[in-house]
Write a protein that binds this ligand. Sequence first.
Ligand code: SF4
Length: 81
Amino acid sequence: MEKAAPIAFTCTMCGRCTRHCPVEIRTADMVKKLREELISKGIYPGAFAEIVRQVKEKGNPYGEPPSSRSLESVLEKAEFG
Ligand code: SF4
């Protein structure tokens, strides 16, 4: 199963292959299930672990402090015109 990880995490799940498949095999659905299995076994790209950590610790995938997401903070950073 580990050998399938590069395929599972490279597929964009766009579904294009299904549109061209003569028997409409739903590759994206299979890839989704494979990803779920891999993740449940702790097999996933290292970048995913960092994203999960950021979400758990900061509540967002970028690691920004919650205060940076306030309306006032967003407006301060926004560039208009
Ligand atoms: S869904 Fe199919 S066509 Fe799209 S990236 Fe995955 S394998 Fe390729």
